[in-house]
Write a protein that binds this ligand. Structure first.
Ligand code: DQQ
Length: 646
């Protein structure tokens, strides 16, 4: 396949009229599939109701009645964008997307645009707000996911535990709320927690409660009927709270207990995040019965300058085998991952290291890449994650909260906020020895419908190539790239200071990049989300590879986040550059080199939606052509619906 004539404009920031066959001259309107039209009916009813109310008001002599704009319930024009802060006063990290500090008006979102944003194979509740994943487990044939949920609105607040079950981590049944804030010790929120399955099969859930005084305490809960595979009912232990903030720890700086692990002394250990001044710390407690606890001296680990550690996760990975490990495993051939969600910047950082059970300390392999200053699970929108050991398939699975980066007005209008990622299997990368690999669970492949392959497509420097795919809003894409050998060898000392975030995004050109894919791209390229590699070659001849995702032209709307995300990715001798993308309406999860570097983007196009979203290869390098081979699957929708006995 050749590059399209006329599309050789190297500047991706300029709209390129790439007029190839499928696009008529007239700007077509997006076709709205019938299953996404429901909100329009709601709108029509709402409009009718508002109309009659307005008429009534006029009849009463009120001259100032208002009607909504004709084309959208989502019209947010003339509304101030900056939302109020949510969560900080209660002592958790910011739960509102507050990128916009000005008084600007919002974009006039139409119903069709907002409806399109709802995903089809990512887990989300039927409506309202969701944040952290909580207490994931596999029990009696079901995967359970609990999550932070506001049953009343699409904004954070009134936090309860939502609950859903699945046979395969992909198709879900929504169950009734598992726990609601109904005791003095959690009346301000049933916050994040983790499950431990004891060797005898007993499930214990430890969670943070925000008390009537907004003090953070830890509470114990368990299933009312352990023989019920759905674990519908939960009992809060009469001895709650089982832990209160210890001396020297702020009353609002003590939260999110981990899964417990069994120590050689035959007691259980948990760690809880906190901070002392600006040093993030992980406190460790010992317990026999999960009701009484002893704080161990010192801390598991501390990193100055990283602030409050939320949602700590602590688990072993095997350096010799591919399977995951139960949380209590330690010994030869094992490293421990320590992860903290940083309250200050709302990103999940991890490091690999060694856990010494005697001294109860964890030491990073590389102090320069310690927790909070080194590697991240995901360089995009991803927070408050949690793993669990899946004893069903001997693997460790990672869940994370993918928040919205649009306005609260839009969230309220669409009626929901936030997704969970497609669960990822986590293993130690024994090729590099210095990072983990994350990969979507194999079960997601059951959603693959039809596939198309593109073999060795040449993309010249400064050109784009359309990929002829019918529907591009639900895809699983695997792609391999080879860069022209002579150009790679002949280039030296380029882009020494390059990084994804500050180097001009996909429009920033260098000799050896950027090149990759444009997803959710309008044919005019006025909207597009490039996901790409960029090679920077030092004067010493060493090549550093970057993997980035550029949201800066993802939408013509002014009230959504448009960040360029990314980081370096290790590429070993003999490896091809490879990426995998899971594309599902307003989310793109991107994995480079088998999951060494991962980026999740939330995007909200206004034009590149429904049938008008296109997929392109692009190469914005100045001095090298690339060759790409791809396999692209159209993805089915997952079945995610309320549970019924039937
Ligand atoms: N979310 C919970 C807290 C946790 C925070 C409250 C992280 O327990 O620290 O919704 O997003």
């Amino acid at each position: 396949m050749d590059a399209i004539p006329g599309c050789n404009n190297p500047d991706l920031e300029r709209a390129i009229p790439c007029s190839y066959a499928p696009f008529p001259d007239e700007e077509p309107q997006p076709e709205i599939p019938t299953n996404r039209r429901r909100p329009m009916k709601v709108f029509i009813s709402a409009f009718t109701a508002v109309f009659f109310l307005a008429l009534f008001a006029v009849l009463l002599g009120n001259q100032r009645s208002e009607t909504p704009e004709a084309d959208g319930v989502g019209s947010s024009s003339s509304k101030i964008l900056k939302p109020v802060s949510r969560g900080v006063a209660q002592g958790v990290s910011e739960k509102a997307f507050r990128l916009f500090s000005g008084d600007e008006d919002g974009y006039s979102w139409t119903n069709a645009m907002l409806s399109w944003q709802r995903t089809e194979f990512h887990f989300q509740p039927e409506k309202n707000w969701m944040n952290d994943p909580n207490g994931p487990i596999f029990y009696k044939g079901w995967y359970h996911l609990f999550y932070q949920y506001n049953p009343d609105s699409a904004l954070w607040g009134n936090i309860t535990w939502g609950h859903a079950v699945s046979r395969d981590l992909i198709h879900w049944l929504h169950l009734p709320l598992a726990m609601v804030p109904d005791r003095w010790y959690d009346i301000n929120g049933v916050w994040t927690g983790s499950a431990t399955i004891l060797p005898n099969g007993t499930i214990l859930m430890l969670y943070t409660g925000s008390t009537n005084d907004s003090v953070q305490v830890q509470n114990l809960a368990y299933p009312a009927d352990p023989s019920d595979p759905l674990l519908l009912h939960w009992v809060k232990d009469p001895s709650n709270p089982v832990l209160v903030p210890p001396p020297g720890i702020g009353l609002k700086d003590f939260r999110d207990p981990t899964t417990a692990w069994l120590s050689p002394e035959d007691d259980w250990r948990i760690t809880i995040g906190s901070k002392v001044n600006t040093t993030g710390i992980s406190l460790v407690y010992r317990t026999k019965d999960f009701r009484s606890y002893e704080l161990l001296p010192g801390v598991l680990h501390a990193v100055p300058g990283t602030g409050m550690w939320e949602c700590i996760d602590f688990y072993p990975v095997s350096t010799t085998e591919e399977n995951g490990l139960d949380t209590s495993v330690n010994g030869p051939g094992v490293k421990h991952v320590l992860k903290a969600s940083l309250d200050d910047d709302k990103n999940d950082y991890y490091a690999l290291g060694t856990y010494d059970q005697q001294s109860n300390t964890w030491t990073p392999d590389n102090p320069e890449e310690d927790v909070g200053i080194g590697l991240r699970y995901d360089y995009g929108k991803f927070y408050a994650s949690k793993t669990f050991y899946d004893q069903n398939k001997q693997r460790r699975i990672l869940w994370g909260w993918i928040g919205e980066t649009d306005s609260e007005i839009a969230d309220t209008n669409k009626g929901w906020s936030s997704l969970q990622n497609i669960p990822r299997e986590v293993v130690f990368d024994n090729k590099t020895g210095s990072n983990i690999l994350q990969w979507p669970v194999e079960e997601v492949e059951s959603l693959r419908i039809s596939s198309q392959e593109f073999s060795k497509v040449k993309v010249d420097a400064g050109s784009i190539v359309p990929l002829d795919i019918d529907e591009t809003t639900q895809l699983d894409i695997t792609a391999e790239f080879e860069i022209e050998k002579e150009a790679l060898e002949g280039t030296n000392g380029t882009d020494v200071g390059y990084n994804c975030i500050n180097s001009g995004g996909a429009a920033g050109r260098g000799a050896l990049g950027p090149f990759g894919l444009l997803v959710f791209a309008h044919h005019s390229l006025s909207e597009k989300t490039p996901v790409y590699f960029y090679l920077a070659k030092g004067t010493d001849g060493n090549v550093k590879t970057f993997f980035c995702s550029d949201e800066s032209s993802s939408s013509e709307a002014n009230d959504v986040g448009k960040v360029v995300y990314g980081s370096t990715v290790p590429v070993l001798d003999g490896e091809k550059l490879s990426m995998r993308l899971l594309v599902d309406h307003s989310i793109v999860e991107s994995f480079a080199q088998g999951g060494r570097t991962v980026i999740t983007s939330r995007v909200y196009p206004t034009k590149a939606i429904y049938g008008l979203a296109r997929l392109f290869l692009f190469n914005n390098a100045t001095g090298a052509s690339i060759t790409a081979s791809l396999k692209i699957w159209k993805m089915n929708s997952a079945s995610i619906k309320p549970y019924s006995d039937q």
